[in-house]
Write a protein that binds this ligand. Structure first.
Ligand code: BG6
Length: 493
């Protein structure tokens, strides 16, 4: 893969007017400018259906950055960024419009990156037009983002289409969770610390919990969300990606092929969930009206544009098992939902309980050691350790104390880098290890499809309502409680 670190590149953003571009990509590009990470020869070409000239586009970009970045714009860096901006009015169905783009790109023979910040329904046309006009040379890369299908079959269709014109080494599939600092820290935490490296298996670990709890609802995305549900919107990608990183074996090195290979092995080892075990291994829910941060919020069925009969889930929890020697007998409990009590995400590793006679009178019940990797908010790592309560008494009295590491407090230079900032930079460098390959996406769908199909057969019976602002449906607790375990509480670490 040709790198462009020394030469700069042309970054074409299809969907220049869209939400993703405005909320995420443009603020990220401004921040990359500010941290001197964009090569002086790099150009950014917004492409979309608007009759903007370059000046008008620049104005729009500045407004988006102002709106979505939590800081004042520095004129020096804005000027630099603004000098790179071009606009191309494109209807993705018109070859004549792509000829205009070709004209802009032709000026230089440079690495070109196409960012498809557009709905997947337009992917096919973009890939085909680029291919038809030979805008897909080995100097080009293409970035696509979910939804990469709504099932194995539809995701294969997208992958087949893109692979007609681009090699896998040119395709960058984004899962923004892979760009989060705390997710990146999972590999060093696991493999660079001997304590964890040697004890990361079913002899020592009891179970793992992964929670992504959101306060937001569906944010005016009814049409998109209702055909996805939380399972396809969050589990198929973000939660399964985190699970694979927690469970995978050490890759040979950081090259994408080795990392992806190890993640694929885990995805292939997931025990199937289907109609025969759906009720034991899953719980799903949909929010009814409630209160979030002191404000009344409507039920899912009363959201803008809703269809009153929908039985789409906005919450899901799952008991996932990995059928390999390392993890046999260690369940991974996943849970994620919208309109829950707090926005937070964490991975909790519960170590096995110990039992010994020495302290039988000091402690009624030995608490489990747990390692809490809090991704958000306040990126932190916690571990509880059983200690003697200081005092002169003869008897040992034990209590669990918490060791805390908070990124912001401990690392003075810690600077929160947005996931898109990092992933854009990686794509400019041509490094694919933080991106998802075709096989990963398809293996994930192979595991998800039977669950979704089993739910469909069960119809509404498996869907429980939960109040917005709560912790989800009761079945989610019952699912884990029947294994004599509890969800880790956000407020009680
Ligand atoms: C997106 C989903 O991929 O991730 C959204 O489509 C979800 O529904 C979002 O809200 C959550 O991302 P984060 O980074 O806020 O946890």
């Amino acid at each position: 893969m040709i790198k462009n670190i020394d030469t700069g590149c042309d970054l074409v953003i299809f969907g220049a007017k869209g939400d993703l571009s405005k909320r995420k990509l443009l603020p990220a590009l401004y921040k990359l400018e500010k941290s001197h990470n964009i090569h002086k020869n790099t150009r950014i070409i917004g492409a979309g259906r608007a009759n903007w000239n370059a000046q008008e586009y620049k104005k729009e970009v500045k407004n988006s950055i102002k709106q979505f970045l939590n800081e004042e714009i520095d004129d020096v860096y804005w000027k630099k960024l603004s000098n790179r901006l071009y606009f191309c009015n494109i209807d993705v169905y018109k070859t004549s419009d792509f000829l205009k783009l070709k004209e802009i790109l032709k000026i230089r023979r440079n690495v070109t990156i196409y960012y498809c910040a557009v709905p997947p329904s337009t992917f096919d046309s973009i890939f085909t037009q680029l291919g038809k006009l030979n805008l897909n040379s080995n100097l080009t890369r293409i970035i696509i983002e979910k939804p990469l299908g709504i099932s194995l079959e539809t995701s294969q269709e997208i992958n087949n289409k893109i692979s007609k014109y681009f090699l896998e080494s040119q395709i960058f599939r984004i899962d923004h969770y892979l760009g989060k600092e705390t997710v990146l820290n999972l590999l060093p935490l696991r493999f660079a610390n001997s304590l964890f490296y040697h004890n990361w298996n079913n002899k020592i670990i009891d179970h793992v919990q992964i929670t992504v709890s959101e306060e937001v609802g569906i944010e005016n995305r009814w049409n998109y969300f209702d055909q996805m549900g939380q399972m396809k919107d969050m589990v198929q990608n973000h939660l399964l990606q985190m699970l694979t990183i927690v469970a995978m074996s050490m890759p040979k090195n950081f090259e994408s092929k080795y990392i992806q290979e190890e993640k694929i092995k885990i995805l292939r080892s997931l025990r199937k969930i289907d109609k025969d075990n759906i009720n034991q291994k899953t719980a799903r829910g949909q929010y009814s009206s409630g209160i979030i941060k002191g404000k009344n919020v409507p039920s899912y069925l009363k959201e803008n544009g809703s269809n009153q009969n929908s039985d789409t889930e906005t919450f899901v929890s799952l008991k996932v098992e990995i059928e390999n020697d390392q993890w046999l007998g260690v369940p991974f409990y996943l849970r994620t939902g919208k309109r829950l009590a707090h926005k937070y995400s964490e991975i909790v590793i519960y170590f096995k309980k110990t039992s010994n006679n020495l302290f039988q009178y000091s402690c009624k019940e030995f608490p489990q050691n747990k390692l809490i990797i809090r991704l958000e908010p306040n990126a932190s790592i916690y571990m509880n350790i059983l200690n003697k309560i200081p005092g002169i008494e003869e008897q040992y009295k034990l209590k669990s104390y918490l060791m805390k590491f908070n990124y912001f407090k401990e690392i003075s230079s810690y600077n929160l880098i947005d996931a898109y900032e990092r992933l854009l930079l990686e794509s400019m460098k041509g490094i694919q290890s933080l991106f998802v390959c075709r096989e990963e996406v398809e293996e994930a769908w192979k595991w998800i499809d039977p669950i979704v199909n089993a739910w469909k057969k069960e119809k509404k019976s498996t869907l429980q309502l939960y109040k917005a602002g709560s912790w989800g449906p009761i079945n989610s607790n019952l699912m884990i409680n029947k294994d004599n375990r509890k969800w880790n509480r956000f407020d009680k670490i």
